[in-house]
Design a protein around this ligand. Structure first.
Ligand code: UDP
Ligand code: MG
Length: 339
């Protein structure tokens, strides 16, 4: 059997602190796999710079010059984790038989990569990395994340529990993934829809090796909200239910207040009036806002704007001009911006 070509895709946003270590560790892992004939010698590490503001791209680019395993992709601006990942998967698929995506911070156990590949060689097209527990997370992150999975399940979205974006996909699966043209791409929800033969690898999630999380609370909430609204219309249905309930309540209270009036007791108006105005007004605004959210999604989808723009792909750079420049300075070798 020919060994499969593996590409490990790593989205990076302001990861200068952790990247040097990540590069070394991933390369070690890759070399071990090559030595054990599990993957081909042509396997690669693909680092996607998602419009970082620090030295991330410089690190990737320079490593790409001297290291045959490293390929760098520089996106023209920050497009977020999911889109950066898509950019990497897309760029990798033509040159690989299988692709593994992993975060730059080494929170996901790179030992699992070997098991991913073994399962792939046994015939699985998609392999999910599933974390055993969440001991290393803060209580807050753990409970919000678990709440998120539970809610998604309730809303009818089939997610792999405790699986983030650490997974292997075959070339075939990636080709099919590309046919999902949606702009609001929520990978964790879409990959299970592919329906190929899948498997799971369990691993322990570690602490972030260096640097800060790139998912502050605000981004986390936005991510969860996006995930829900791009997969389920249950929230709109819920609004409908609230509307019906409040309509029925208004009938009831209408009758109640009419009865009071005929019994000669007309002084009760003000409080009930104010409360219902605020209640109904609030419900209406929430409903309109929620429906607006879906319309916004439709709006984005109809425009079909590209999810990312590639600025530089080190694979497509001209042959090094070291002999022309007679320099040891990497930056002078290629006419590319390092910022
Ligand atoms: N990331 C990215 N673009 C962004 C934010 C994050 O490419 O706009 C990358 C980041 O560099 C990391 C991965 O996405 O490799 C996951 O981010 P992080 O580890 O900060 O998230 P957490 O593990 O805290 O949820
Ligand atoms: Mg992380």
């Amino acid at each position: 059997m020919m060994e499969p070509i593996l590409t490990i895709v790593v989205p990076c946003y302001n990861e200068e602190e952790v990247l040097p270590e990540t590069m070394v560790k991933l390369q070690q892992q890759l070399e071990e796999l090559i030595a054990d004939s599990l993957v081909s010698k042509q396997s690669k590490l693909l680092f996607v710079d998602d419009g970082s503001k620090d030295r991330t791209w410089e690190l990737i680019y320079k490593e790409g010059l001297r290291n045959k395993y490293v390929r760098g992709l520089k996106l023209a601006r920050n497009v977020g984790h999911q889109n950066a990942l898509v950019a990497g998967l897309h760029a990798a698929k033509d040159f690989s038989d299988c692709v593994i995506s992993i975060d730059a911070d080494l929170q996901d156990d790179i030992q699992a990569i070997r098991e991913f590949v073994i399962k792939f060689n046994e015939g699985s097209e998609i392999v999910y990395g599933v974390r055993k527990g969440r001991e290393t997370d803060t209580f807050f992150k753990r409970s919000t994340a678990q709440g998120f999975y539970k809610m998604m399940r309730k809303l009818g979205v089939d997610l792999v529990y405790n699986h983030a974006d650490f997974r292997l996909m075959s070339k075939r699966a990636l080709h099919e993934l590309e046919r999902f043209k949606e702009v609001n791409l929520f990978l964790r929800g879409i990959v299970p829809l592919l329906g190929f033969r899948t498997d799971v690898v369990y691993y322990d999630r570690l602490e972030r090796q260096a640097g800060e999380t790139k998912y502050p609370l605000k981004k986390m909430l936005a991510f969860a909200f996006d995930g829900i609204t791009s997969f389920s219309v249950s929230p709109i249905r819920f609004v409908l239910v609230i509307g019906i309930v409040s309509f029925l309540m208004s009938l009831f209270f209408g009758g109640y207040f009419l009865a009071l009036k005929f019994l000669g007791n007309t002084e009760t108006g003000w409080t009930s009036m104010i409360t219902s105005i605020w209640l109904i007004g609030g419900l209406q605004l929430i409903s309109i806002g929620l429906i607006g959210e879906y319309i916004g999604k439709i709006y984005k989808e109809t425009k079909q704007r590209p999810k990312y723009i590639v600025d530089i792909d080190t694979l497509n750079l001209p042959i090094p001009r070291r002999h022309l420049l007679n320099t040891t300075n990497d930056e002078e070798l290629y006419p590319v911006n390092l910022k």
